[in-house]
Each structure stands twice: as structure tokens, then as C-alpha cells.
Design a protein around this ligand. Structure first.
Ligand SMILES: [Zn+2]
Length: 278
């Protein structure tokens, strides 16, 4: 089931189940983080950002290239952890041979801290995560302007007269509009503590059952207990949990979230749950 969430001007469209497939479409600017096994819903995106190479997240790149025909064929940019660049290129070349096409794309490997401009005033920035294969998460950074602190509280007329003198009245700043951890263990909390400050944070929560804590550790995923342990650190406006194991019903996650996270955390949305926002 596709979940669509709207946070002011930001729209997230997402399908995510562990081992099945995970993809997220983000508008603006109209890009994808992970592509699942391949979905027409991502046809036409200009930028693809892969969190890691597990096939339930990355296999769909070949399928999406196969859908590109005509003028859009040349414009797709694919970004991935730098360590998997060679393997991904091999996969795409082989897929093109099977398809009888020479796919055109730009492929770039990213390391934590690398940034890519993705639209006017928008950039994606990679951050470190911790999974069984090379992995990164992504921040969507938005450049905004705000009134200078010393002018706050002044009237419109006072600000306008200052502007007429040529003096600055506002300043630019960056905000982490959205962050997505991808698959990761709880060590992302130390590797990228800034995720606690993003306006909207999508974080994986694969396991619920206390008996599966060891499994979460072994396969480097987050267990609900890990979120409960840091629940007072979430300063976000909203949390979105994805990548639930197929062993669990989404309704069981909702029950556990309502019992153990809320009201210590911001509002929590679950991928796979009927949309709670109208
Ligand atoms: Zn994975």
C-alpha cells in the first residue's frame, strides 16, 4: 500500500516493507530515495538517491532506466554510496544489454557530507548510517530567508524604511526539511545526531517483538526499543516510521508507538497505515 503524507508544501509518497520493497518519492523537488524493485510511480524522476545496495531498495534502478524513452532518457542522475558505484554500474550495463538499449544516466558515488543541488534552493546531503552493507542516509536541505533578529517586533513600515536605505533586513539560512535514514542500526543516533533536529524525520523501525532484539542487532536494523530509549531527543515536527518487518502488522506497530513513544515524541506516522492526515 502506498502511503501519502503531506507536511505543508512537502509531499512524501512511500511504500516500505522489510525484504519486500522500499521507495520514497519526495516533492518538491520530485526525486526518489530508493526505488524498490521498480515502480512506474517513480517514472520521470530526475534524481535517484540510493541509501544502499540491497535489492529491495535498489534493483528498481534498472527498471526505471528501461522506462525512460525520448528526451527524458538523458537526464536521470543516480547517486549511491561510493563503495557500491562499480557494482551498480555493472548491474546497469548488464540490464541495458538485456534490454537491447544503451541507457544514458549520470552515476555518482557519495560520501557523508557530500551535497547535490536538486532544485532552486534545495540540496541533498548524505550522512553516515550503519547497515550490513555500505549505506548512507540523506537530508533534504532547504535554503530560506528570515527577518534579521534585531528587526523582529518592528512594524512593517519601520522595516520598509530600513529597506529603502539599502540596509539588509533579512538573512539566508538553511534548514533540514526532511531526513531519511534508510536501513540502519541504532548507531545512526551517534553517527548523525542532527537527524533529531530535522523538521520531518523518516526513520526505519523494523522490529517490535522484544524476542527479536538480537535479530535487529545482527542484521543492523532499528528495534522499537531503540526509539523508546532516545524518545526524548526527537525535536522533529513529525516522525515517519518505515521498513516494518513482514512478521508484524502495522496495527501492532501503531499500538506499540501509542503506548511507548507518544506523548514523549512528536506526532508519529507509519508507512503502510491508512493516512491519518486529511
Ligand atoms: Zn537493507
Amino acid at each position: 500500500m502506498t502511503t501519502v503524507l503531506q507536511f505543508d508544501e512537502l509531499t512524501l509518497e512511500c511504500v516500505s516493507r522489510a525484504g519486500d520493497e522500499t521507495w520514497i518519492k519526495i516533492q518538491p523537488p520530485g526525486l526518489a530515495i530508493d526505488v524498490g524493485r521498480g515502480t512506474p510511480r517513480l517514472q520521470g524522476v530526475r534524481d535517484i538517491f540510493l541509501t544502499h545496495g540491497h535489492l529491495d531498495h535498489a534493483l528498481g534502478v534498472a527498471y526505471l532506466l528501461s522506462l525512460r524513452r525520448g528526451p527524458e532518457k538523458e537526464s536521470v542522475r543516480i547517486h549511491c554510496p561510493v563503495e557500491i558505484l562499480g557494482a551498480l554500474e555493472d548491474l546497469l550495463v548488464a540490464a541495458g544489454m538485456l534490454d537491447g538499449e544503451v541507457y544514458r544516466y549520470q552515476l555518482a558515488g557519495l560520501e557523508p557530507g557530500d551535497r547535490v543541488e536538486v532544485g532552486v534552493g534545495l540540496a541533498m546531503e548524505a550522512f553516515a548510517s550503519d547497515h550490513g552493507v555500505p549505506s548512507i542516509g540523506y537530508h533534504l536541505i532547504r535554503h530560506r530567508r528570515r527577518l534579521l533578529r534585531e528587526l523582529q517586533g518592528q512594524t512593517t513600515e519601520e522595516i520598509a524604511s530600513r529597506r529603502r536605505t539599502g540596509e539588509p533586513v533579512d538573512e539566508s539560512y538553511e534548514e533540514r526539511w526532511f531526513s531519511c535514514t534508510g536501513d540502519t542500526s541504532r548507531h545512526v543516533f551517534e553517527l548523525a545526531p542532527e537527524i533529531f533536529e530535522s523538521r520531518v524525520l523518516m526513520i526505519e523501525c523494523t522490529f517490535l517483538d522484544p524476542a527479536q532484539y538480537d535479530r535487529a542487532e545482527r542484521f543492523k536494523h532499528i528495534h522499537l526499543q531503540d526509539l523508546v530509549a532516545v524518545r526524548e531527543r526527537f525535536k522533529n515536527e513529525a516522525l515517519v516510521l518505515n521498513h516494518l518487518s513482514r512478521r508484524h502488522q502495522v496495527s501492532a506497530l501503531r499500538q506499540a508507538v501509542d503506548q511507548h513513544l507518544i506523548p514523549m515524541t512528536p506526532e508519529v506516522f507509519l508507512i503502510g497505515e491508512q493516512n491519518r492526515k486529511s
